[in-house]
Design a protein around this ligand. Sequence first.
Ligand code: ADP
Length: 502
Amino acid sequence: MARVRKGAGRPAPLRVLHVAAECFPLVKTGGLADVVAALPAAQRAAGLDVRLLLPAYPALRQALAGTVEVAPIGAAFGAARVALLRGTLPGSDVPTYLIDAPWLYDRPGNPYLGPDGHEWADNLQRFGLLGWTAAQIAAGGLDPEWTPAVVHAHDWHAALVPVYLAARGTAGAQGAHARTVLTVHNLAYQGRFPLERFGELGLPAWMAGPAGVEFHGDLRLLKGGLMFADRITTVSPTYSREILAPAEGHELDDVLRHRADRLSGITNGIDDAVWNPATDPAIAATFDASDLAGKAACKLALQRELGLASQSGAPLLGVVSRLTPQKGLDLLLSVLPQWLGAGGQVAVLGSGDPALEHAWRAAAQAAPDAVGVHIGYDEGLAHRMVAGCDLIGVPSRFEPCGLTQMYGLRYGTLPVVHRVGGLADTVVDADEAALREDRATGFVFGAATPDALARALRHALDGWHHPAAWQQVVRRAMAQDTSWRVPAARYAALYAEAVAQG
Ligand code: ADP
């Protein structure tokens, strides 16, 4: 007699394991961390059976609650003692596995770089272990109670998941086929190591060649993942097309073109609980689209905090960003005299390239009441800037998705962005037609040049001097759906397709 289970007839929720090297707020170097915290939570809210796998960095290991040891792993990747733990992280109801390998992960600071600013010498083992462990879980070998149908790997740090699964054949312990989705958050970072170190990965010898993880004489972990993932996504549709051409392909465009039938773009959302001007505890006064008085208070508070002149009439342009050549903040420096000359103010929060840090500090010293610069990483100040500025600048040369322009939309802080990647997909330029049709949400420029940026800033300034039109754009910006609801549903559809079709 067939066994009848309670609830039979209703399909069990799809099991999905996210694998990543960062998770907001405890370990974050960029937008990846925000996605890894918010997407699994949104998927869980939508009914998927989602879990997360991360390395047990000290901040995560200490914060994990309800910890159980799922399985001892023993010695692996140069670490004498490795174990798989499970629990939950604060503020999250997503069951989270941590790979406890003190020799590899129990060290302070940045997840990728040592105190000297160079990559940790054992990053190949550190992220080899991450991919390998995920593949073990996916193959049904590590957690007897839970095996995912889909493993969703993020960036090069987790790109070995599809490689290890391919190496063992895709069939798991129960003959199940775990499908793999690899999301590229930034193609510029590829996980590059000397080919001589291939042996440390424990992969079959043929994978040391062009059909595997080798690329142009090196190991490139991301390239390996791109070869074997069932589905590849990037974080916006425009970026998914841009990376197919040499200009934005970071050498991998050819590999991507070969896999173009598996590639798609899904625009990120933002965590609308963390980034909500109506409830944000970090800002001077809360506000929403129906009453922007709080936003004016936030601006005055920010001007005071950064030592800027307390002028409500001066348009205040903010930037929250890593200071790297990608982000185009050299372009903003070039047009700074014009912007200040027109009565504008600038606030910059960021860190990174020493030359850019120095140049921005010097700009602030030269005009302290119009340019406020904070070099460093400060989550609270990021909120106060997004809330208190009138404009948020994202002049990136390339931008897979970008998050700060979406924070800006939500807080009525109009984005000034280069028309690339996710910036092109999330901001509608306030040209005449868009204004007439009430679609405009910001200011978009077409080339990564000082001239094009200067034109966009003149356009923004013109808008600033027409308060009724400005308010209309602010309201339209704040009405955008920047939540994870739509992207989470798109990923769910992609998983279902991968499970059905392979
Ligand atoms: P990327 O991932 O390339 O750095 P994104 O725009 O996708 O760019 O994400 C950047 C994230 O990091 C955003 O959440 C942004 O607010 C945050 N961020 C960047 N620099 C800082 C900083 N100096 N202080 C606080 N938050 C920052």
